[in-house]
Design a protein around this ligand. Sequence first.
Ligand code: ZN
Length: 123
Amino acid sequence: MGKMKKMVTCESCGAEFEEALVRCPYCGSGNANAEETEYMQQMEEIRTELESHKKDGDVQLKKGLGKVARTLLLAAAVIVILLLTGWGLSYRSEQKERKERKEAFLVEQGNDEQQEKQVDSAK
Ligand SMILES: [Zn+2]
């Protein structure tokens, strides 16, 4: 069974033509129903296009968030490195200070030993 095409009667000339036609094929006057259908289709196309743009926007937003996240991660890494370096430097300077104190102490002790040796050799 063939699909029945909906027919409309032209408001201008009274001729019957397919509802899907935007204009009457006989007199060329507009078919309001078809125009509305076409308009709705155009609106649907615009809506679909807008949604695809919105999806693109979401993707770009996600990319943007990814960029922000990467920037934050990089900043965090830099802070961590700075903290570690700062801690390392302060730790090293503390170690150096301790070493210097120890060396000074040893030098003092050594001087004492040397003095003692000198005293011993003087005997
Ligand atoms: Zn007509």
